[in-house]
Design a binder for this molecule. Structure first.
Ligand code: AMP
Ligand code: ZN
Length: 138
């Protein structure tokens, strides 16, 4: 896609700090480095985000994610890793080409703050919601 910054990275039209590449995916350091080793894993093929991908394409991407995450953790001496993929602007997506953020974690002051505002709906409300959301077949 001509006006996509990540397609330009795949095409080597703009530089990236690449750490892994194969025929389907590319992993490179995010220029903002929220935590040390903050890596983006992208598909070489342009998809807007995961919501646009079928099972085969997403399986190809996700097959490599645990290996790259473990490599980051082990190499940097991190104590954990967060995986984030923002889908659509409402979820914080700013680059509309599928990417997985891998964020090595070190301690509570490492720069990443994820806050879940928890609610406690009663069980019948949860059961009703599950009825609405149940998937018969994938
Ligand atoms: P998101 O907000 O989930 O769409 O994430 C997009 C990410 O892409 C941000 O964390 C940016 O810092 C990162 N980013 C944008 N341009 C580049 C670039 N040229 N090289 C590396 N990372 C980039
Ligand atoms: Zn693209």
């Amino acid at each position: 896609m001509s006006d996509c910054i990540f397609c330009s990275i795949v095409a080597r039209d703009i530089p990236s700090s690449t750490i892994y590449e194969d025929e389907n995916i590319l992993a490179f350091l995010d220029i903002t480095q929220v935590t040390k080793g903050h890596t983006l894993v992208i598909t070489k093929q342009h998809f807007r985000n995961l919501l646009e991908m079928d099972q085969a394409a997403s399986a190809t991407l996700f097959a490599k994610i645990p290996v790259i995450a473990k490599h980051l953790k082990d190499t940097l001496g991190a104590t954990g890793v967060n995986l984030i993929s923002n889908m659509e602007a409402a979820a914080g997506q700013t680059v509309f080409h599928t990417h997985i953020h891998l964020l090595p974690r070190f301690d509570e002051q490492d720069g990443l703050h994820i806050a879940f505002e928890t609610k406690e709906p009663d069980f019948s409300a949860l059961a009703q919601l599950a009825d609405q959301l149940r998937l018969e077949k994938l």
